[in-house]
Design a protein around this ligand. Sequence first.
Ligand SMILES: C[S@@+](CC[C@H](N)C(=O)[O-])C[C@H]1O[C@@H](n2cnc3c(N)ncnc32)[C@H](O)[C@@H]1O
Length: 248
Amino acid sequence: MNFADLRKRGRFLDVGSGTGVLAAALLAGVEDATVIGIEPSESYVTFCRARVHDQRVSFERGDALDMPFAGGQFDGTLSLLILQELRDAPEAVKEMRRVTKAGGIVAASQWNFADGMPMLALFWDAVIETIGTNDARKEAANCMVVEYPDEKALRRLWKEAGLVEVETQLQEIEMAFESFDDYWTPFSSGVTKTASYAQKLSEDEGHALEDRVRQKTTGQAGDGRLTLTAQAWAVRGIVPAGSTATRA
Ligand SMILES: C[S@@+](CC[C@H](N)C(=O)[O-])C[C@H]1O[C@@H](n2cnc3c(N)ncnc32)[C@H](O)[C@@H]1O
C-alpha cells in the first residue's frame, strides 16, 4: 500500500475485494478515506458485509470489466491479486483508469508466478497427488501461466491503458494462515480459476483433495497454522490531467 503512494484523504476503490483485506488496509492506512469494494462473488460480498462494520466502507457486487460507476469518481483505484483471474486485463485496467480522477493513482499487485506461488503450488501439488489425471496435470500447469507475468508486461499494460509515470516494484509477501480453514476457504469460494476447479470436483475427489491439503498444511506447525512467503509485482500509474473518462 505504501508503494501506491495514495493521497492522505479521499474516496478509494478496491477492485476484486475478496475477503476485504485491501479495503481494511486502506481504512487503516489513509487518514480520511472512504472505500468501496467491488467483487463478483456473492459469498465474498456477504462475508465482508457481515464482518466489517465501518460506515466508511461498503462492498458491492461488480465486475472489473464493467464497473457500475461514472467516470472520474475515485482518488485512487487499486486491485490486489486479481489480474490473473480476468479474461480481459487490458479492459479492466482501462476501466480502473476511467473511474479514477485526473491525477489519481491506479495501482495493482500480482503474484510473481515466475518465482512460483507457494499457496497455489501447495494446492496443485495435492491435486496431482490425489487426482493425478492428465487433465489435472494440465490444469495445474496452466494455473501458473498468466498473461502479464513480469515487470515488463505490467508496465506495458499500464501504459497502454493511458496511465503515466508508471512504476513497478518487486515485493516479498509473508502469508500467515491462522488455521487450515483460513488457507482452504479461498478455494471453496470466490471467482478464481483455482476455486472453479475445486468446485467442479466430485464429492469423493473433493474430500480426498481436502484431506491431502490438510496433511500438507498441518505439517508445518502441527496445528494448521502456516506461513508461506511469496513474491508479488506491484505496479502503479497516474491518470493524466485532461484525459477523458469514457468507457473502455
Ligand atoms: C486471489 S483473490 C484476491 C482477493 C483480494 N483482492 C485479496 O487480495 O484478498 C482474486 C479475486 O478476484 C475476484 N475476481 C475474479 N474475477 C473478477 C472480475 N471480473 N472482477 C472483479 N473481481 C474479480 C475473485 O472473486 C477474487 O475475490
